[in-house]
Design a protein around this ligand. Structure first.
Ligand code: S3P
Length: 433
């Protein structure tokens, strides 16, 4: 496992176009496999997670060609999947496991889906419960953990309000709803990312409703599509973080996804004083994307709670790690979901930041990271616990520390952004090499 040394300092300067959005790539791959005919997906995510989804569909009998960021998927229609001979492996990807569970629930065969050690620890009850209500038989390991053995079959439409806001759970139900005997409804108390709804419409499914209440009609004929995935804003946030940490920095991000259910992080950054500007916006394949510029600037700090948490769930590690670079610090509440991500993100962030000398108070549902007054960070040996977003967030904090830092198992960044360290090096020019 690779160790990565981070030398602090330098400036970020340049223009970058990011790999495709992870969430959107998963959805396009799933729906392309269920559509009839060959779909072409450009700028497909380089994230290992999205390749886990492709691998699962190969095991389900779907022909997939993938070269660089271009993926061609020969879909066989809603009933074209075949029983896999091997266990499906979602590796580290919660999105793959939960969303595929929805698809597998509608099949006329039994399949098993597992994942790596981290994914096998994560809660699956949230997806098992509604799929059982729809009629699927699902066996799990004790504590509702993966592997999941899914006995698919005829599904009933349900009207379901997930107890925990989760786009993965909503998506699993909507995907299962494609196989149901009537209109399935999901009611969200807090709106989560709506990529599944948008992608379902692109492929020809009938999805109705307004924010918070979504109805999916069963048995559409999904048609193959040519689609382009916008750059991943959740990944961009780490480069934005580096720009905000290093004085004199300036960065232009081209063609980054700006779906309003994902872009709240930009509003938050602007609200705490970050010089972030959205330069252009266009709509492509139902998704908004545009160019975003950011410069280094003084950050005031602020707090995050309530609905903001679901809207910025993947950006919270980076925002917390910006705490020591702000005037008043960053405080996060209502974010107990962070404890069941790829790692317990509240604990792993608090431990990493404290090792660098930050003052951190941990709460059951969040944390408070003190601002500048607690002094400059110092380099440290960091264990990200195999969690990609923790590795990237703490690497960015390390850029603003005194002395070198070493990130253990740094190749875990590949789960969402394999090119993270080289992109950072390129943007920091010769100084960091
Ligand atoms: C995702 C939803 C979120 C997010 C994850 C991707 C998605 O998870 O944290 O990285 O693509 O739907 P939850 O649904 O568990 O909140």
């Amino acid at each position: 496992m690779k160790k990565q040394t981070i030398s602090p300092g330098g400036t970020v300067d340049g223009v970058v176009e990011l790999p495709g959005d992870k969430s959107i790539s998963h959805r396009y791959a799933i729906l392309a496999a269920l559509a009839e005919g060959a779909s072409e997906i450009s700028n497909y995510a380089s994230a290992v997670d999205c390749h886990s989804t492709l691998e699962c569909f190969r095991r389900l009998g779907i022909e997939i060609e993938s070269k660089d960021a271009h993926v061609r998927i020969s879909g066989k229609g809603l009933d074209g999947l075949r029983q896999p001979r091997k266990v499906l492996d979602a590796e580290n990807s919660g999105s793959t496991m939960r969303m595929l569970a929805g698809v597998l629930a509608g099949q006329s065969f039994v399949s098993t889906i597992t994942g790596d050690e981290s994914l096998r620890r994560r809660p699956m009850r949230r997806v098992i419960d509604p799929l059982r209500q729809m009629g699927a038989e699902i066996r799990s390991r004790e504590g509702d953990r993966a592997p999941l053995e899914i006995h698919g079959g005829k599904l009933h439409a349900i009207d379901y309000a997930p107890p925990t806001p989760s786009a993965q759970v909503k998506s699993a139900i909507l995907l299962a709803g494609l196989y149901a005997d009537g209109v399935t409804t999901v009611r969200e108390s807090v709106c989560t990312r709506d990529h599944t709804e948008l992608a379902l419409r692109e492929f020809g499914a009938k999805v109705e409703g307004s924010r918070g209440t979504i109805h999916i009609h069963p048995r559409p004929k999904l048609a193959a599509r040519k689609l382009t995935v916008p750059g991943d804003l959740s990944t961009a946030v780490f480069l934005i973080g580096a720009t905000l940490v290093l004085p004199g920095s300036s960065l232009m991000l081209r063609n980054v996804g700006l779906n309003p259910t994902r872009a709240r992080v930009l509003d938050f950054l602007i609200s705490i004083g970050a010089p972030v500007r959205i330069a252009t916006v266009q709509m492509r394949d139902g998704e908004l994307a545009g160019d975003v510029s950011v410069r280094h600037g003084a950050l005031e700090g602020g707090s995050i709670s309530g609905a903001q948490v679901a809207e910025m769930i993947d950006e919270l590690p980076m925002l917390a790690a910006l705490g020591p670079f702000t005037e008043k610090g960053i405080e996060i509440h209502d974010a107990q979901e962070l404890r069941v991500k790829e790692s317990d993100r509240i604990a792993t962030l608090a431990a990493g930041l404290r090792q660098m000398g930050a003052r951190v108070e941990e709460f059951q549902d969040g944390m408070r990271v003190e601002g500048r007054s607690s002094g400059k960070l110092r380099g440290a040996k960091i264990d990200p616990h195999g969690d990609h977003r923790i590795a990237m967030a703490l690497s960015v904090a390390a850029l603003g520390a005194e002395g070198e830092s070493v990130i253990r198992d740094a190749d875990c960044v590949g789960v969402s952004f394999p090119q993270f360290f080289e992109t950072l090096d390129r943007l920091r020019g010769a100084e960091s090499r």
